[in-house]
Every structure is written in structure tokens, then in C-alpha cells.
Design a protein around this ligand. Sequence first.
Ligand SMILES: [Zn+2]
Length: 143
Amino acid sequence: MSETQVPAIEGWFTDGPEPRLLGTKCTQCSTYFFPKESTYCRNPGCQSSEFEEVPLSRVGTIWSYAEHHYKPPAPYIADDPFVPYTIAAVELAEEKLVVLGQMAAGVKHADLKAGMQVELVVERIYDVDNVEHTIWKWKPIAV
Ligand SMILES: [Zn+2]
């Protein structure tokens, strides 16, 4: 039995063996944005409104993380019974941008440490009508 798989948010990340987040980069000051910025540059010293879409680093460093035991309200779609999950703030290796994301399935909160290296994976976040929806998550890099 094969389920159909679709990204939970269209255009925010690529899939495949080496998935990447898709951000934008200001063509004048080279500031990176995720989610994509496309109206005006948020760098106070820059007047630009020109951006190019760029794939971002696949790896980063955990800044901070927290385990969530509270089921978020709708429109969040949670499994029933609700399974607690861990969110990490990860600084991307090249862009130094901090991106929030859930930790990959099977990663235990107790096994995490600030400063740990993680890589981007794309995994199931919820199902609607037998369609698996996916999102980016962070997975510790085995050393
Ligand atoms: Zn700029």
C-alpha cells in the first residue's frame, strides 16, 4: 500500500536524498532570509527589493531546543493520541540564519545538546485523507 506524499508547505524545501530549505538572498547586501523575503530587504542599511531564491545549508548547529507536551490548537493537525515533539533552533552552517524545526522521528530530547551538529531531513508531519504531508526536520549527524 503506497500513500501519496506532499509537502505540508509548498515551495519551502526540496525533497530527495539531500533535501534543502529554500530561502532568498538579497542581491545587494547578500542577507539570507527564511522563510523567503520577496518585498523589501529587512537589513536597515539596505534599500533593495531584489531577491534571488537560494537553497540553504543542509547542516547546522543546535542553539537551543525544547520538548512540547501541549497539543497545539487548530489549524495544527496532531496525531491522536498526541505525541510530544521536540523543536530545535538551528544555526545554519553558512548563512548563520537560525531556523526552527522539529527533531526527526525517534530523536529523544535527552540525547540532545546545544552545539550538536544536525542535518536536514524531510519527514511525515501529518496525514489528511491518506495523504502523507511532509516537513523539514533536524536529525543529529552521527559522528
Ligand atoms: Zn539587502
